[in-house]
Design a protein around this ligand. Structure first.
Ligand SMILES: *Cc1c(COP(=O)(O)O)cnc(C)c1O
Length: 470
């Protein structure tokens, strides 16, 4: 793999109107915070974090137009004007006739899988996201990851590593049949696999297979606009098409979608589930009222729906997307210059460090991904997240998780290039002293979604502490 070209400074296509002070915890503060948090960075207070790259979910900055929409909230329980704005924005974007708002993406997943999946069914996907996988299992169904082999190779230069392995999908559909496979999903972009895009050609092939077998195809469309950006950049014949047109080309091939508007909806909370199937929509609506709220608000304040309507449109702006993807590439370029191993090509919403090559001296049971996350925080107050055997390590087919990554997710419209340069320095300093990074052991492991609440402790302390004589 050749070095990334010298990274261009991404031009911010916005200027600052409101500011928020950035905390500056000292080294001692950070050591104490790590102890308090049980070495799980989900347990840190934001006041302990200097640069927060834990997630790009709901952490973005809303625009002045979105804040205006918030101020124009119509908080009617039923039939709010904001719902009409939201519904027409989603319908115009996707073409799906039935659109139900939810409090966030996993709310949409809960509804969809409770209606379509059941004990013994199999749900294929290129790669399930953590909450998606957990919701499939919650119904007693089996999540099956069918991404192409290159999706698990951090070094090869393949343009669409999010693609589905069409042969394996065909085999599954032929052997299990539509009665065992109540729906298929494709995640745009593939968050669990380093934010890699799916090509339109691949998606078309998947849709063809599903239609032939009578299996409905749903899109996990959290980062559909970033996916469309890569399609525009890399897929033949797409360069002159708009982001909205490319997105629509995908949606036209699908039967429905789940969405976390905290990603490419550019809001801090919200989501939706959409379908073409009127019968499914009726059942989704019943579940929606039970778990989320009335269909014209779905677990959100009505003003939130107004902000989503504006955000969905802003996410299609090419200046915005160029800056967004440009920021990710800028950080990656600076890391590449000092030899930091990363998953390549660089994806849409963050830089994914390749843990196995970063910390080759740590064995799998020393939790190298978590050890690296802890070390980045210790070094410079940078909060990242492990995307590896802790996040996905619950029982699955052997060898299912062959990627061991640490994600530096970039919030939308929040940090500047100098913040990213700071992050690159911190990662570079840890890389320079990587041989001294020690492993961790898990002291508490919850049954489901363990990464959120697990606790850890350092293994083999540098100085053996002997019990004091009585
Ligand atoms: C964030 C995310 C979800 C879940 O959405 P939440 O809003 O966090 O509940 C589902 N799928 C993917 C790919 C995601 O990135």
């Amino acid at each position: 793999m050749t070095a990334l070209e010298s990274p261009a400074l991404p031009f911010e296509p916005y200027k600052t109107k409101v500011v928020e002070r950035i905390p500056n915890p000292s080294r001692e503060d950070r050591e104490r915070a790590l102890e308090r948090a049980g070495f799980n960075l989900f347990n840190l207070r934001s006041a302990d974090v200097r640069i927060d790259l834990l997630t790009d979910s709901g952490t973005g900055a809303m625009s002045d137009r979105q804040w205006s929409a918030i101020m124009l909230g119509d908080e009617s329980y039923a039939g709010s004007r904001n719902f009409a704005e939201f519904e027409s924005a989603v319908r115009e974007l996707t073409g799906f006739p039935h659109i139900l708002p939810t409090h966030q993406g996993r709310g949409a997943e809960n509804l969809l899988f409770s209606v379509l999946a059941s004990e013994g069914s199999i749900v294929p996907n290129n790669m399930h996201f953590d909450t998606t996988q957990a919701h499939v299992r919650h119904q007693g169904a089996e999540p099956r990851n069918l991404a192409i082999a290159a999706a698990y190779d951090p070094e090869s230069d393949v343009p669409f590593k999010g693609n589905v392995d069409v042969d394996r999908l065909a085999e599954l559909l032929a052997t299990a049949g539509p009665h065992r496979v109540p729906l298929a999903m494709v995640t745009l972009t593939n968050n669990s696999g380093a934010g890699q895009p799916v090509s339109l050609a691949n998606f078309r092939a998947v849709a063809g297979l599903c239609r032939a077998q009578g299996v409905p195809l749903y899109v996990d469309m959290c980062r559909w606009a970033e996916n469309a950006y890569f399609v525009r950049e890399r897929e033949p014949g797409m360069a002159s098409r708009s982001i909205a047109e490319i997105g629509r080309a995908f949606f036209d091939l699908a039967d429905g979608a789940t969405m976390s508007a905290k990603k490419d909806g550019l809001v801090n909370i919200g989501g939706f589930v959409a379908t073409r199937d009127g019968r499914v929509a009726e059942r989704l609506k019943e579940a929606l009222i039970l778990f989320e709220g009335f269909p014209t608000y779905g677990g959100l304040a009505r003003r939130d729906l107004g902000a989503i309507a504006v955000g969905l449109e802003e996410a299609t702006d090419l200046d915005y997307l160029e800056h967004r993807i440009g920021q990710v590439r800028y950080l990656a370029g600076r890391l590449d210059a000092v030899g930091v191993p990363m998953f390549k090509p660089i994806g849409g919403h963050g830089v994914y460090l390749d843990v196995r090559r970063f910390l080759p001296h740590l064995a799998a049971d020393e939790l190298p991904g978590q050890a690296l996350v802890v070390e980045l925080y210790r070094e410079g107050g940078v909060r990242a997240v492990e995307v590896g055997s802790i996040m996905f390590g619950d029982p699955g087919p052997p060898g299912a998780r062959s990627l061991e990554l640490v994600r530096l997710a970039i919030p939308r419209r929040v940090y500047s290039a100098s913040h990213l340069a700071y992050v690159a320095d911190v990662v570079g300093r840890v890389y320079a002293r990587r041989d001294a990074v020690r492993g961790l052991t898990m002291t508490y492991r919850p049954e489901r979604l363990p990464h959120f609440t697990a606790r850890f402790a350092p293994v083999s302390p540098a100085v053996e502490v002997l019990p004091r004589p009585a």
